[in-house]
Ligand binder design. Structure first.
Ligand code: ZN
Length: 78
């Protein structure tokens, strides 16, 4: 496996959110689990994104009530 890091700047892909990773903002990649991943996409209105883009998709901690993906997802426009 050939994995390159650092070539793409990570940014939250939720609409109207441009958060970058920072001290107060964490970025999370999508769950590998299909059901949960679909739920994320649905809540984020990102259903239009195709599979090839999913691996570059990140969601910032602003969109989770607890600040972590294990918590309840909530829709927030920054
Ligand atoms: Zn965000």
């Amino acid at each position: 496996m050939n994995t390159k890091k650092g070539s793409v700047s990570r940014m939250c892909k939720v609409l109207n959110c441009r958060n970058l990773k920072s001290a107060s903002v964490k970025l999370y990649s999508l769950p590998k689990d299909g059901v949960r991943r679909d739920l994320w996409l649905e809540r984020m209105n990102l259903n239009y994104i195709n599979d090839t883009n999913l691996k570059n998709l990140y969601v910032c901690s602003d969109h989770f009530l607890t600040g972590k993906p294990s918590g309840e997802f909530h829709k927030k426009t920054c």
